[in-house]
Ligand binder design. Structure first.
Ligand code: GLN
Length: 493
């Protein structure tokens, strides 16, 4: 097997055994990027020279015994272009931040750097993480490695495609309403959204501050545990990060599910779910039972209100967060303007794409006086009901098993002009963010057209260990996550 198809754990072992160097791994990944990037466009920026320099430096330090190799040492990682890296342009997929270079590292980057990984590039994304297809980027679309006519999901579609295609060994994504889990499902990788407060948001460009979390996108559950471990923990710079100790996540990975109680929420198998997805997820639940889990149906009656609630709260927060892009402080400023107001208006009209403008308008409306009570306040109340649904079922079960999406990956262009349909695709992912829970997406099958299908395991607040354990046991029994795409070339089509 090519080096770029290996997991973090496998490459770490090879590095420790002296079988490969970080330089060799990095060169293999860069060669893979040269090969498939013209077709997939997973990256906004590949940091080729920096990556090779980092790899050489790490090899030298390892050789001299100056550093002890931990799991991430020397491993090429990709970072979604919404997480600040000191000195490296961070665009958020937007023209408005085209030339923005952060003067500091996000806390997650600082934490990663303590383990000396190789940061290989910045991955493509829907502008400001608003979207489910990676079609809303000012820097072009990303294609799904499993079918290049289809979307990789979004908004972390670049990270998902890069990991699936071997253009990175693992990546960081962000999840506000499904943006780690849905692209993970569409690209046949593993993606974990941590509990709200588990991972610091300092240095993450804000979309919707009460929902955003950074998390791992990897080739398997073991790697997700490694990466989650590296980025978790309290941060005095983020008052919403929680001061709970971080368990050793790799220790929670057991091969069986004896004593684990799994709830199957009936509202997640309702009308609109593709029958091929339903079959794959139900088969996956049978596997979990064979591993020793007890499964039973539960009800989350407010599920149907999740999308409507999310699409009021997220745009409201976005309209406030994105007010800072005014042509004065950051990035883009319009070339010609008559006065200050004209400068603001033109900068924002030219700098933001249509989906971001739609969200700002929606959010400004729902927060405006006269509509605030009817929309924003009402949505906050429904959010409480959604959270209470979960709190009730988690008194009886350890985790929940559900699909990630109602449909398989869709065609590029299919819904780009139909925002409502695009929003409805988030039906099984947004409630988890509204309730602040943790959820993982793992591969659980393929459609007749060989498109990936994802299984979601949802856990209560700070129950990552249970989620990881369930997902790990499933991967020990199955091979879906080991399948790799045969990537067509764009010029063959
Ligand atoms: N698809 C959702 C949206 O468009 C989720 C995005 C996200 O998680 N960043 O808002």
């Amino acid at each position: 097997m090519e080096l770029y198809h290996h997991t973090i754990r496998e490459l770490h072992q090879k590095l420790c055994d002296g079988e490969v160097s970080s330089r060799q791994i990095t060169e293999a990944v860069l060669a893979r990027i040269d090969e498939v990037e013209p077709t997939l466009h997973s990256y906004i920026r590949v940091m080729k020279e920096e990556a090779l320099d980092q790899a050489d430096h790490i090899d030298e330090q390892l050789g001299k015994g100056e550093i002890e190799p931990t799991y991430l040492t020397g491993i090429p990682l990709a970072i979604k272009d919404v997480i600040c890296i000191k000195g490296v342009p961070t665009t958020c997929g937007s023209k408005i931040l085209e030339h923005f270079v952060p003067p500091y590292d996000a806390t997650v980057i600082q934490k990663l750097k303590q383990q000396h990984p190789v940061l290989i590039g910045r991955t493509n994304m829907d502008e400001f993480a608003m979207g489910a297809s990676t079609e809303h980027s000012a820097y072009g679309i990303t294609r799904n490695p499993w079918d290049i006519e289809r979307v990789p999901g979004g908004s972390s579609g670049g990270s998902a495609a890069a990991v699936a295609a071997g253009e990175a060994i693992a990546a960081l994504g962000t999840d506000t309403g499904g943006s780690i889990r849905q692209p993970a499902a569409f690209c046949n990788i593993t993606g974990l959204k941590p509990t709200y407060g588990r991972v610091s948001r300092y240095g993450l460009v804000a979309f919707a501050s009460s929902l955003d979390q950074i998390g791992p996108m990897t080739k398997d559950v073991f790697d997700a545990a490694i990466l989650l471990q590296a980025i978790s923990g309290h941060d005095p710079k983020d008052s919403t990060s929680v001061n709970y100790s971080v368990p050793d996540y790799t220790q929670s990975l057991l091969p069986d599910l004896q004593g684990v109680k799994i709830g199957i929420p009936k509202e997640y198998f309702a009308e609109g779910l593709d029958p091929q997805i339903e079959r794959a997820v139900r088969n996956a639940i049978d596997v979990l039972e064979r591993l020793g889990a007890t499964c039973r149906e539960v009800s989350l009656p407010n599920t149907a209100y999740g999308v409507a609630t999310y699409y009021i709260i997220a745009p409201s927060e976005a309209s406030s967060n994105l007010a800072r892009y005014d042509g004065v402080k950051y990035g883009y400023r319009t070339a010609n303007y008559s006065d200050l107001m004209d400068m603001y208006t033109k900068t924002r009209s030219e700098g933001f794409g249509p989906e971001v403008i739609r969200r700002i308008m929606l959010g400004t409306y729902t927060l405006s006086s006269g509509y605030y009570d009817a929309y924003y306040l009402k949505a906050q109340k429904v959010r409480t009901l959604v959270r209470q649904d979960f709190e009730r079922v988690f008194q009886e079960v350890d985790v929940l098993a559900t699909p990630i999406t109602p449909t398989p990956p869709f065609k590029i262009g299919e819904f780009v002009d139909d925002p409502l349909t695009m929003y409805l695709i988030d039906v099984y992912t947004v409630p988890i963010n509204l309730a602040g829970l943790t959820g993982i997406s793992i591969p659980c099958g393929f459609t007749q057209d060989h498109l990936p299908i994802g299984l979601q395991i949802i856990g209560g607040h700070f129950q990552e260990e249970k989620v990881l354990r369930t997902a790990f046991a499933f991967q020990e029994q199955t091979n879906f996550h080991r399948q790799q795409p045969e990537i067509a070339r764009i010029d063959d089509k």
